[in-house]
Design a protein around this ligand. Structure first.
Ligand code: LMR
Length: 409
């Protein structure tokens, strides 16, 4: 009976969001959840999304019928081109199977479920997914829920506040042959630290040698370098190297479609004479998993994204909107770093501008994070991650002074 069900803790991130909302102090600052905010700390509906929405509303062909199990075909095929590049041989050789999912989380889950059912490496212990330490907290839960064992590889160097590349390579090299390695395609969450292209090449070489299986999570395309193609570079490199791999793609952040749950899952078969057949068979199994779990995906967000992705003019407007978001975040990185340096806050602060994407891993301790919340009504995750978009010209100085005060305690 339900008497036996233990109480679970609240989700740390959504719990933080609720605590922020309940705080009545006018100075409160929300640096918690990774969602873009404009300079007035308000959610931002992208102008291109407004445009697409108006077009959809006027379209007499739009109705509320079910989408196919694998989702809107115009959306999934445009998503392939966005993530793999329009001229990718994997697409022209029909080696890619794609399903529309409940945003990036749904894509990670679908991949996880598929792997738990079908992944059968020669070495049994290789049926394990290695995730970066740290990683997005939900990764652990998603893989745990489908009983896929999770292990860590080192990722963040606390001294340099950059990548622990040697630790990462050592750990991947010693993971059993055939292990699954989860990689953040760009703008690593929570650290904001990405490998360089040279480092990615090394990672690919080691994984190739160890016959390991890459699973890319791509939630921030367009947020890291400011160029969509550049942010897809690592994935493209791995595809070029002939890997069989999976990709979870989210449109929550780059389209601001958070609550609409627009995302896509891709399986790419390695080039071989049986690749098309493999992709087809994998797709057929994914369709059964999808049908039993969600039946078919939600339509609205995918229609918006599809309209934009398939129309060159809207696409150009989208790139402009992405630059607005990533540009404001970069400005806030510069502002925060220079305020902390002006205040001569103990420590070094170059990592604030070196790190990229939506987050900065500040290096603040759990105790300092607690003090920021108690004394200054500033909300951020316990690991010291801040969502850069929560800062604006009105609160960056307040935040810097608060950090200065807790660091000096
Ligand atoms: C985050 O890490 O803040 C976002 O990815 C939101 C989420 O769903 O956890």
């Amino acid at each position: 009976s339900a008497e036996l069900v233990p109480q679970a803790p609240a989700d740390p991130l959504f719990g933080l969001m609720a605590a922020y909302r309940a705080d009545t102090d006018p100075k409160k600052v929300d640096l918690g959840i990774g969602a873009y905010r404009d300079n007035n700390a308000k959610p931002w509906v992208l102008p291109v999304v407004k445009l697409a929405d108006e077009i959809l509303r006027k379209d007499p062909a739009v109705n509320h019928e079910y989408l196919p199990i694998a989702g809107l075909v115009d959306f999934t095929s445009a998503s392939q081109k966005l993530i793999l590049g329009a001229s990718s041989p994997a697409i022209s050789e029909k080696r890619v199977t794609s399903l529309q999912t409940i945003s990036g989380t749904g894509a990670v889950h679908l991949g996880a479920l598929f792997l738990s059912k079908f992944y059968s490496p020669a070495i049994a212990a290789a049926k394990t997914i290695y995730v970066s330490n740290p990683t997005w907290a939900n990764h652990n839960q998603i893989f745990g829920n489908v009983s896929l064992p999770v292990k860590n590889y080192p990722y963040f160097n606390k001294e340099t506040k950059g990548l622990d590349f040697d630790g990462m390579i050592d750990s991947i090299s010693s993971a059993p042959e055939g292990s699954i390695i989860l990689l953040h395609a760009c703008a690593h969450n929570p650290t904001g630290v990405d490998p360089t292209q040279e480092q990615w090449k090394k990672i690919a070489a080691v994984m190739k040698q160890r016959c390991q299986f890459p699973f890319f999570d791509c939630a921030y395309q367009g947020f890291a370098s400011g160029s969509l193609a550049q942010d897809g570079w690592a994935i493209n490199y791995f595809v070029e190297q002939g890997f069989e791999l999976m990709i979870a793609q989210s449109y929550a952040k780059n389209f601001g479609l958070y609550g609409e749950r627009a995302g896509c899952f891709h399986f790419v078969a390695a080039p071989s004479s049986s690749a098309v057949d493999e992709a087809t068979r994998v797709g057929s199994q994914l369709a059964i998993l999808q049908r039993s779990e969600i039946s078919n995906p939600p339509a609205y967000g995918a229609r918006i994204a599809s309209l934009v992705l398939n129309d060159p003019k809207l696409f150009a407007q989208w790139e402009e909107d992405l630059r607005t978001m990533s540009g404001r975040i970069i400005e806030m990185r510069k502002a925060l770093r220079s305020k902390l340096e002006e205040l001569k806050t103990p420590g070094t602060w170059n990592h604030i501008t070196d790190q990229i994407g939506m987050f900065s891993f500040t290096g603040l301790s759990e105790k300092q994070v607690g003090q920021l919340r108690e004394k200054f009504h500033i909300y951020m995750t316990k690991n010291g991650r801040i969502s850069m978009a929560g800062l604006n010209t009105g609160n960056v100085e307040y935040f810097a002074k608060a950090v200065d005060s807790v660091v000096r305690e």
